[in-house]
Design a binder for this molecule. Structure first.
Ligand code: NAD
Ligand code: WQD
Length: 339
């Protein structure tokens, strides 16, 4: 089976391509390389022994996307990762986010409909839950008004897919990721944040390697056991494996509804200090950090209810926090060697 992976040279996409190839799927990637590099294709090949097919173009171009789908109407399913994802940037440049994230989705759905391609897996986010009133967050926990244009693109995308499925033969699985971190055990692929990272894990590893002077811990006066905020960090390889299962479920007609939603998390919440402690333990590096004021817009705590994904997908995250932090560190060290 041939699977289209949009955004397949990106962080989560590249790990998913490796897992798809390991299961014998043929992969074609579409990516405009706006947030990734062409070398990722060779790096994927180093792990799986096979270079995926690749086309470089911008999915917001309707004509180019239509031509692509016509040419590749033998695609069995689409995994749609391609999107911009920086929350802060989306506040500064909302139109850029709405344009990129929504038009690309619309063009893909149109291409699928025009060519009889039915199945799509979509990258959604736990950001749709905001700060839930009750924890853990279940798939039916009410969605909160989005805190950023980025978050809004995820909410609107979920609606676009759901609305489209009513009168078109589109079957979808919407995967709400919690906080993906870590890298492939080979340290050949991983997260490549451009510029100064916003997210915790790359900031920790860049500080430890000497690229940043210190980590700022945003707030230690939250209503949590150690006062720092809590998230559900999930190893990117566990996340990637869930996509293969989602594709199998869609193409094997095993879904219970035309559009299904699943949380992808571990079900465990860890505080910022717990992540730092794990990192120090697994790397043996003492991290330089300072406690700062809370970061505006941050929620206090969130973690996933994974029962539905565990039961329905037969999928469960396997990797521990220590495996996440140690693989992220191995990846940062391999990047440093290349530099
Ligand atoms: P990433 O930036 O590493 O990968 C996205 C890829 O899409 C990049 O390679 C980029 O070049 C490509 N792309 C973007 N716009 C494109 C366009 N118009 N046409 C063609 N290619 C385009 O991001 P990621 O962390 O791998 O995230 C993948 C998906 O998961 C995104 O939809 C993101 O919103 C979602 N997500 C990510 C996280 C996270 O913390 N990383 C959490 C929840 C959801
Ligand atoms: C985690 C914790 C910070 C950096 C973001 C997006 C969300 C989703 C996942 C895509 C928080 C603290 C961080 C630092 C710190 N992405 N922190 N110092 O904010 O949970 O979620 O990624 O859909 O939409 O908003 O992740 O990694 O930025 O922060 O103390 O330098 O680490 O305050 O408590 P977040 P994060």
């Amino acid at each position: 089976m041939k699977i289209l992976v949009t955004g397949g040279t990106g962080y989560i996409g590249s790990h998913t391509v490796v897992e798809l190839q390991a299961k014998g799927y043929e992969v074609i990637i579409v990516d405009n390389l706006s947030n990734s590099t062409i070398e990722v294709l060779d790096n994927i090949a180093k792990i799986s022994g096979k270079k995926p097919l690749f086309e470089k173009f911008d999915l917001i171009d309707p004509e180019r996307t239509a031509v692509f789908f016509k040419l590749h109407n033998d695609i069995s399913a689409v995994i749609h990762f391609a999107a911009f994802k920086a929350v802060g940037e989306s506040v500064e440049l909302p139109l850029m986010y709405y344009r990129n994230n929504l038009l690309s989705l619309i063009n893909i759905l149109q291409g699928m409909i025009d060519n009889g391609i039915r199945d799509i897996v979509f990258s959604s986010s736990c950001t749709v839950y905001g700060q839930p009133e009750t924890l853990p967050a279940r798939e039916d926990t009410p969605i909160q008004k989005a805190a950023s244009p980025y978050g809004n693109t995820k909410q609107i995308s979920e609606e676009i897919i759901t609305d489209t499925s009513i009168n078109a033969d589109i079957h979808a699985i919407l995967l709400r990721y919690f906080n993906p971190i870590g890298a492939h055990e080979s340290a050949v692929i991983g997260e490549l944040p451009l510029g100064v990272p916003n997210c915790l894990m790359p900031y920790i590893t860049q500080t430890a390697i000497g690229k940043r002077p210190f980590l700022r811990v945003w707030g230690n006066d939250y209503d949590t056991p150690d006062g720092t905020a809590i998230r559900d960090y999930i190893h990117v390889v566990d996340l990637a494996k869930a996509h293969v299962i989602a594709v199998e479920r869609l193409t094997g007609d095993k879904g219970k509804k035309q559009v299904e939603i699943f949380n992808l998390g571990t079900g465990n919440g860890f505080s910022v200090m717990e992540v730092i402690n794990s990192f120090e333990k697994t790397s043996g590096v003492k991290l330089n950090y300072e406690i700062k004021e809370r970061r505006p817009g941050d929620i206090v705590k969130v973690w996933a209810d994974t029962e539905y994904a565990n039961a329905e997908l037969g999928w469960k995250s396997e990797k521990t926090l220590d495996e996440m932090t140690s693989s992220a560190w191995k990846w940062e060290q391999s990047l440093a060697k290349k530099r």
